[in-house]
Design a binder for this molecule. Structure first.
Ligand SMILES: *[C@@H]1O[C@H](CO)[C@@H](O)[C@H](O)[C@H]1NC(C)=O
Ligand SMILES: *[C@@H]1O[C@H](CO)[C@@H](O)[C@H](O)[C@H]1NC(C)=O
Ligand SMILES: *[C@@H]1O[C@H](CO)[C@@H](O)[C@H](O)[C@H]1NC(C)=O
Ligand SMILES: *[C@@H]1O[C@H](CO)[C@@H](O)[C@H](O)[C@H]1NC(C)=O
Ligand SMILES: *[C@@H]1O[C@H](CO)[C@@H](O)[C@H](O)[C@H]1NC(C)=O
Length: 941
């Protein structure tokens, strides 16, 4: 995550660092050489220069005084061309993009440059040469020592002729790269780096973003170039490397191979680089342990191995590092790997350490006291590990600390305000999800001014934390689940002119909420807030007010925005809203997830809601009426549609099968629907949950249900639901209630695992189609309280994952198929009130249910008390044993899976929830990056 932000910001910095153009012309008195002036004018002639940056380049002038030209102060030869586009004003770029982009030179590059025999320095960075390749003849500018073509949009292959530039010391061919472009095609590529070995003076090489996935020689070439000091191959789609011995010719000091596809163990050859000061290997797929040769890297200042799959004991790694890099190591980033073990006191010896991140590993034990000795430390991040013990008071000695992140660990106990007394520079305090308690003296004034405070699940209450009042720079705050039982004080909303992210959910906060000055994400769900819905900023992207007591009509909230709202997620379910859902959703084009369930809303479905791009729509448990709205036909991106528990009438529309082709969850339960189930429903390729229970639907169960392919497989894989998680990164906003085993529960990310059909309490007639037996992914099937007749198809016994099967209250006859003894995971089973006859098949499951599961039939054998007078008992018993054996195998698999499904929601989900918030917030930064990219792509070309 941080990788994304870091690289985004470093990208901005790169822009900001663009070379100043105006300072770079010579102030000497020499007059330029005629032939060189002519060459420059030809060069100008082929350029496009929309903002007239080269206006001083005129016939007959002294070219040594031209913008961007530098001549030698004695000979008058043109020495340097500083023609980078001055794109250092990022703000201007946003305010006046047209003018900004016009500053870029474009067109083609005239070979007349070859007449500048003495040219040593050529900088064309940030310009727009998007129609051409890097010209071959650049390889003949044999006196060049500096060549910068970065972000100048050249396309295609890098010419091998560049390898002739034997005097070149600095080469930057960087092209645009964002983290999400990993593995994708790029503007520029090279099939081999053999030409680089000709650059015998090269000290600095940057090929960031160039596609090098076809090169096999990159490692060999670069590590054998004895002049090279800095190598930047960030985001180059590098594969391999096959680790082979490279000798120790290299003097490399900086190696950046981050954001590639390297998937071996860490290549041993890296450890021959004993001049190395900075090594970046983050965001690859490196695995295995760190070799002990790490200890030879005695000059190492920066080691970034984050986002890989590196294993090993952290204390051993610290030990091997400490043998010689004690005094120089400033940055150690190993977050998001698979490290284990404890933090030891040895950590305290790294006196120069400024940035330490070990987040997202499996490190356990306490935070050692020696942490207090890291007096230079600015960033300490050990979040998402299994650290236990108390909040270490020695953290309070870190007077330079700016970021403290100990979130998602197992720390417990009471935190005293004195621990913070020296943390005067703290900007980010992130410690959510520990079992800590913090109730400072009511007069406590924190010594820090934080931008971010995340203390979710600490105990901070019962009063609203008063010390927040002194935080003047607060942007992001999460004090959810913190035992606060109070009103939100008026000063809180004045702390910031605009909060980015506010999470006060799951407290007992009461009172009204007139307005929310939050620009991105606000969650105040599960509190006791009352009154009308708050006014919000048009930039707000997610608003979650579920489970409060907001009341009143929606009109003002929905219709009052004259501007387009950017809201993507709006959840106001389980409140006291009443009146009609207003019909002015045209301004809500960004909306993907709308939940207004469990309110007192009435009226017909507003047609304009059909003009949004909803992926999830939940209006359940209101009092809406009318036919199922044809406006919904336009919501072709719907994945979850829940209109249950209303008064909708008419029949289930056939267009649902045609138009809503992404639908995975369709709930129309408890309405006044009649008519037949249309065959078209069977055309929904992703449907996993179909609930039409408690209506007046008649006719037969369509045989074509067997076409519902997502229910017909045990391995349901990813559908749009999961796809949307990936796309939007906010899994937990997608959820639906399902009635399984007679109990209604909310399912979030597990939704994809629980395939079910509920058609109970209708007037369905005819036989149960045997085709239903092909739906082997079903976990729950409820056909009770209908008018079904005939035999129970034997194929129902094929549904081996079935946990809940209810066929009661019909007119079924014949026996319970012997195949039912294969249903080993049944824990809810009911066939009562039919006309079933014969013996109940034997299996561990079927005999474990109460008598009432079988009552009002003519069945015999256990568990019912009536004995059977039959002969086939031995036969029956033999089959039972065999199938039990088989089920053990399945049983293991299924119970793991079911255990996962059920356990997940209860135990792991809250954990995930927190993460998803965080994720969505970082995702926002990613959004910014993408917008920038789009902006770059559309404005710049
Ligand atoms: C010419 O430039 C060099 C450095 O590039 C400088 O040392 C020297 O003083 C300059 N000479 C004059 C006459 O400006
Ligand atoms: C490099 O510069 C020297 C003079 O300093 C000149 O004689 C030579 O031709 C130049 N080389 C190229 C390839 O332009
Ligand atoms: C921390 O966890 C370990 C087990 O991982 C346990 O042995 C130890 O007692 C715990 N320490 C504290 C202070 O809870
Ligand atoms: C804060 O710094 C002072 C002076 O360096 C030191 O005496 C004190 O113990 C520190 N407080 C904490 C909580 O570490
Ligand atoms: C669907 O959208 C189109 C264009 O936005 C509109 O013309 C059409 O009337 C809509 N259909 C329904 C049923 O709302």
């Amino acid at each position: 995550m941080t990788g994304v932000t870091i690289s985004l910001f470093s990208f901005l910095l790169v822009i900001a660092a663009a070379i100043c153009f105006s300072r770079c012309h010579a102030n000497s008195s020499v007059i330029c050489i005629e032939s060189e002036r002519e060459a420059l004018l030809k060069f100008k002639n082929d350029l496009m220069d929309p903002s007239n940056r080269l206006s001083s380049w005129v016939e007959g002038g002294d070219c040594c005084k031209w913008n961007g030209v530098t001549c030698h102060n004695l000979t008058g030869h043109v020495h340097q061309l500083h023609l980078a586009a001055p794109l250092d004003d990022y703000v201007a770029a946003l305010v006046e993009p047209e003018a900004y982009w016009r500053l870029r030179l474009g067109g083609t590059i005239n070979p007349s440059l070859l007449h500048l025999k003495h040219l040593t320095f050529l900088d064309l960075s940030y310009n727009n040469f998007s129609n051409i390749q890097i010209p071959d003849f650049f390889g003949s500018l044999g006196n060049l020592t500096y060549l910068n073509l970065s972000l100048a949009e050249f396309k295609g292959a890098i010419p091998h002729t560049l390898g002739n530039l034997s005097k070149l010391r600095y080469l930057d061919l960087q092209c645009l790269f964002f983290p999400w472009m990993l593995g994708e095609a790029r503007d520029m590529e090279a099939k081999s780096l053999a030409w680089v070995s000709g650059l015998s003076s090269l000290e600095y090489l940057d090929l960031t973003g160039v596609d090098l996935h076809k090169t096999t020689d990159w490692l060999q070439v670069t590590f054998n170039l004895s002049s090279l000091l800095e190598l930047h191959l960030h985001g180059c789609n590098l594969q391999g490397p096959s680790p082979y011995y490279l000798g120790n010719k290299s003097f490399l000091e900086v190696v950046d191979l981050s954001y590639n596809l390297l998937n071996s163990s860490i290549p041993n050859s890296l450890y021959n680089l004993n001049h190395l000061q900075s090594l970046h290997l983050s965001k690859n797929m490196l695995e295995g342990r760190l070799p002990t040769s790490l200890k030879d890297l005695c000059n190492l200042k920066e080691l970034d191995l984050s986002d890989n799959k590196i294993e090993g004991d952290i204390s051993e790694i610290v030990h091997s590092l400490s043998s010689c890099s004690l005094d120089c190591l400033e940055t150690l980033n190993m977050e998001n790997n698979q490290l284990s073990g404890h933090l030891t006191d040895q950590l305290g010896q790294f006196k120069s350490l400024v940035h330490l991140s070990l987040a997202g590993n499996r490190i356990s034990g306490p935070i050692p006291l020696s942490i207090g000795e890291l007096s230079s430390l600015k960033v300490f991040d050990v979040s998402e590990n299994q650290l236990n013990g108390t909040f270490p008071p020695s953290l309070g000695q870190l007077g330079n600390l700016e970021t403290l992140n100990i979130g998602q660990n197992l720390l417990e106990g009471v935190v005293s305000e004195t621990y913070f007394s020296n943390l005067t520079r703290l900007k980010e305090l992130k410690a959510s999800r520990n079992m800590l308690r913090f109730q400072p003296n009511s007069s406590w004034v924190p010594p820090f001014q934080c931008k971010t405070i995340e203390l979710a699940q600490w105990y901070l209450g019962p009063k609203f934390p008063r010390w927040l009042k002194f935080q003047k720079n607060l942007s992001d705050v999460d004090i959810s689940h913190a035992g606060i039982s109070d009103v939100i004080p008026a000063w809180f909303w004045n702390l910031s002119t605009q909060f980015g992210y506010v999470n006060l959910s799951s407290n007992q906060i009461s009172g009204m909420l007139p307005y929310l000055n939050v620009s991105a994400v606000a969650d105040l769900s599960s509190n006791r807030l009352t009154g009308p819905l708050p006014r919000v900023l048009p930039t707000l992207e997610a608003l979650v007010l579920s489970n409060n007591s907001f009341s009143g009509p929606l009109l003002e909230f929905v219709c009052n925005s004259s501007k387009r709202t950017q809201m993507e997620i709006l959840r106001i379910d389980t409140n006291l809203l009443f009146g009609e859902i207003p019909d002015c959703w045209n301004q809500w084009q960004a909306l993907r997830n709308l939940n207004l369930g469990n309110n007192k809303l009435t009226g017909k479905f507003p047609p304009s809601l059909g003009h949004t791009n909803l992926g999830m729509l939940n209006l359940r448990n209101n009092s809406m009426f009318g036919e199922l709205p044809s406006a919904l036909q336009n919501c072709t991106r719907l994945v979850i549609l829940d209109l249950s528990e209303n008064h909708f009438s008419g029949s289930v529309p056939a267009w649902m099968g045609d138009k809503l082709s992404r639908l995975e969850v369709l709930r129309l339960r408890s309405n006044n629907l009649d008519g037949h189930i249309p065959d078209k429903i069977c055309a929904l390729p992703y449907l996993k949950n179909l609930d039409l229970a408690h209506n007046n639907i008649s006719g037969a169960i369509p045989k074509c249900f067997s076409n519902l392919s997502k229910m017909a497989t045990k391995d349901q894989g990813y559908g749009y639901l999961e796809g949307s998680y990936l796309e939007f990164g906010e899994p937990f906003y997608f959820s639906a209630s399902l009635v399984l085993k007679g109990r209604e529960d909310e399912y979030g990310s597990t939704l994809g695992f629980v395939a079910s059909i509920d058609l109970s309490v209708n007037s369905l007639t005819g036989e149960i189609p045997k085709e239903l037996g092909t739906l082997i992914g079903l976990i729950s099937l409820n056909l009770s309280w209908n008018l079904l007749t005939g035999n129970i198809p034997n194929d129902i016994g094929n549904m081996e994952l079935m946990e809940s099967l209810d066929l009661s209250m019909n007119q079924l006859y014949g026996g319970i198929p012997s195949s039912f003894s294969d249903l080993n995971f049944l824990n809810h089973f009911n066939v009562s009130y039919n006309n079933l006859t014969g013996q109940i098949p034997t299996s561990t499951q079927l005999q474990s249910f109460e008598n009432s599961s079988y009552m009002a039939n003519h069945l015999c054998g256990p568990p019912v008390s009536k004995n059977c007078i039959t002969k086939g008992v031995t036969n029956e018993g033999g089959k039972g044993e065999g199938s039990n054996d088989r089920s053990k195998v399945n049983g293991l698999y299924v119970s793991i899976m079911v255990g996962f499904v059920m356990g997940f929601w209860g135990v792991v989900a809250p954990l995930f929830f927190i993460k998803s918030w965080r994720h969505s917030y970082y995702q926002k930064l990613d959004h910014v990056g993408r917008k920038l990219q789009v902006f770059w792509a559309t404005m710049g070309r």
